[in-house]
Design a protein around this ligand. Sequence first.
Ligand SMILES: NC(=O)c1ccc[n+]([C@@H]2O[C@H](COP(=O)([O-])OP(=O)(O)OC[C@H]3O[C@@H](n4cnc5c(N)ncnc54)[C@H](O)[C@@H]3O)[C@@H](O)[C@H]2O)c1
Length: 254
Amino acid sequence: MKIHEFEHGLKDRVAIVTGAAFGNGSAFCERLAEEGAIVVIADLADASETAEKVRQAGGRALTVKADCTKPEDVQALIDATLKEFGTIDILVHNVGIYDEAPLELITHEQWSRMMEINLTSLFLVTQAVLPTMKAKNFGRIITMSSNTVWLGTPFLSHYAAAKMGVIGFTRSLASEIGKHGITINAITVGLTATQRPHDVRLSKTILEHILPEQAVHRPDEPEDIANLVAFLALPASGIITGQTINVDGGAARH
Ligand SMILES: NC(=O)c1ccc[n+]([C@@H]2O[C@H](COP(=O)([O-])OP(=O)(O)OC[C@H]3O[C@@H](n4cnc5c(N)ncnc54)[C@H](O)[C@@H]3O)[C@@H](O)[C@H]2O)c1
């Protein structure tokens, strides 16, 4: 059975996807649109390519330029969404950065940037969507963690700390918002074949640490993650909350 054949599907549901100009976020937007959702694409960068993909998939798209670590940008994102579509049903908070470094070489500034972008942005955007979701007694929030938190991958102490923080946030908040019909779940994403920005390091050491551990010997595709995002966003997924679901070709088995 295809997701869109479930009783309600995602038809006309309004989804905000952050960090969606490129990579995983872009694939999430396309997949949600295929299932009938209206998609608000929030990114620092120009997201016109993603908007085009959404339209090609038959969906409606709004792009909003926003730095999700800035409260004023986040509020402007919410205001633009409510002005254009009147509600918010789904938040896929995908904004994240990645970097590798031995602990001794991580500067205070690098550490803080990792926390701001991977974790503080999650706090700000989630806090900003909650009043709308609570008022309608419905919401689906999906957060992005990483399977490196299970694998203990080296040189990622700052990244892994932030991504473990995403899991703690998800579990705790699930207990607060379940009574309002809102679910929140985290995905621990495995190594994914996204086109990373040029300045992002992905060393041979990391590849050697992660890929051989996988039961399925290929990197995740963004579409692999997008399938789970679309499933968790469904009204029919309302009993699944506070969970961390691993999509990584079986690298971490638990
Ligand atoms: N690709 C992987 O192998 C992998 C593995 C594990 C987890 N993840 C997680 O998946 C998510 C997406 O990863 P990706 O590989 O697609 O990354 P990516 O770098 O390709 O895309 C990230 C997007 O976020 C945007 N962005 C960055 N900072 C922002 C900010 N402050 N405000 C708004 N937008 C901002 C970027 O412009 C970009 O479009 C991240 O949370 C990442 O940690 C990815």
